[in-house]
Design a protein around this ligand. Sequence first.
Ligand code: FE2
Ligand code: FE2
Length: 474
Amino acid sequence: MKTDQSFSQVPSLAGITSIKDAMKPGLSVDECVRRLKRYHYAFKRLHQIFTARITAEPLYELKMGFSFHAYVCAEHVTALRKRVAEMREPPLGLEAVPAPGLEIFFDELLGAPTTEELITGLYAKALPALKEALERHLEHTNHLADHPSVRVCRFALLEVVDMLQFGNQTVATLADKATNEKMAEWLALLNECLAAAGGLDGTQKASDRTLTGRYSSKPYKFDGIPKRDQRFPDPYNMGVNAEVFLYDEKFRPEPKTLMMFYKRLREVDVPEMMASIISETAGKPWDYYRDMSRQLWDEARHAMMGEVGFANLNIDWPKQVMINFTWSLALNTQLKPLERHAVLYFIEQGLMPKTGKRFEWEVGRASNNPLSTLFQDYDWADEVLHARIGRDWYLKDFDDPQQAVRYGDECWSRVLMNWERWRQEGLTQHRNWWPDVYRQACRHWGIDPDPKVLAYSTTYQTVRADLKELTGSA
Ligand SMILES: [Fe+2]
Ligand SMILES: [Fe+2]
């Protein structure tokens, strides 16, 4: 029998590689760890950049895409940290910058002033470089000896390719030839940064060019003012109180599904707000950033479930449903990061009792709208996870859980929703858009509108979203 062949027809070496390939020396543990730390640094910086740019990015699809990609990068950071820790004793050096060129490269992306430069830098430079590095790792390393890293790199590669698919189409759509010509010099600078680092994985000879940053020359400042595209034409509108309608027993469940789709889509303000907490809170253990990014992505999914719910009922939401940004705007501009987290925790712990997520799921079931039922089912499950994340990362800084809840309530009560001033300044008329959207849904359902439902006109002027009297989302 030849020693490099399998004894039986069953694949040798558990199917992970051939005996021939497993004889190749591959990367030493030292070299493997050195490279893994570079992928880790790249994913960590990408996570930071995607998160930082969610709030002020107006294009809804990019806001959602960045929310997803921030989360995906956070998961790969976690996996790489774990793998490095398996191969080395602390200190692991995971917080060190592996090469000055890489630091400037990612600082340039973070500070990119336009969406076109940002997406081109991210999707046409950073992610392709990372993809190449991961592929080279799989090519260079010994798949038997270094199998745990192989697994981490393969999973990472899978999602890097997905991100690139989204990114390539985005860049092709948003950055035309003229824009590309205008940013040619900056893109060349990005190439020089990578060359100075010997490539993203440091496997090439490093160039000795001196680098001068363009957008990274001054420190980056997070922009917490939410921006929206033209599908959000009345972003200060607080004319339709979803919660008062939802919990009013005199209304039937069917129209309530519309209010729930509205509530879901309005959640686009939660990633906008959470991105500010994550971006403006330094020095937490890595798992804090991972957990918060998971929750941020869930909230973006909830918004997209609302979008799909409306599409399913043939409702043209940009014209008929006025999705506002008043909650993220107010919290980001009036509260400190910990105070925003307190408000988020206060709202989410209030979502668990009987007027909360179970109630919304029951309304979905009672309404015979299978999509609403499904979405509320998962929304509820996500919310249970968010309550756990709140307990792990917000609550534990308080001696008494009740005090943590009270603090959240206090912080939210301090937030000023300038209902009347916004109206006086002409920012909104708080138009009651509800009757039109309800009529449209009735046409789709082939039923006559219920006059009582049609007449609904309670606003957020005096009752806030947790039904507490006065002046919110999640
Ligand atoms: Fe949530
Ligand atoms: Fe949510």
